[in-house]
Write a protein that binds this ligand. Structure first.
Ligand code: SF4
Ligand code: F3S
Length: 105
């Protein structure tokens, strides 16, 4: 499966949601997640994200932290299929690292 990772936190550009053939993105206040059981591994969303937040779960997630986060929140957050405006400070947040620890609660 593909998953959304740290870089999406407080950027939320939502370019990804429009290309998914199975509409498996779910939206929280600060970032999006992919439902791992619904994702068909097509990979078309990966290059759409301007901050490269979308990864195969086999890459950069060796401890499974982001896979677990995607699984958990996809169950309760609402589905999102239409692109929307990013937060006003999204570009300023794009280069930050460790965003999960700083902003996720
Ligand atoms: Fe959707 Fe394909 Fe991305 Fe999975 S890899 S979230 S199916 S666009
Ligand atoms: Fe997030 Fe990138 Fe989509 S910032 S909302 S994963 S386009």
């Amino acid at each position: 499966t593909y998953i959304v990772t740290d870089a999406c936190v407080r950027c939320k550009y939502t370019d990804c949601v429009e290309v998914c053939p199975v509409d498996c993105f779910y939206e929280g206040e600060n970032f999006l997640v992919i439902h791992p059981d619904e994702c068909i591994d097509c990979g078309v969303c990966e290059p759409e994200c301007p901050v490269e937040a979308i990864k195969p779960d086999t890459e950069d997630d060796k401890d499974g932290k982001w896979l677990a986060i995607n699984s958990k929140f996809a169950e309760t957050w609402p589905n999102i299929t239409l692109r929307k405006d990013a937060p006003a400070d999204a570009d300023a947040m794009a280069d930050e690292t460790g965003k999960y620890e700083k902003y996720f609660s």
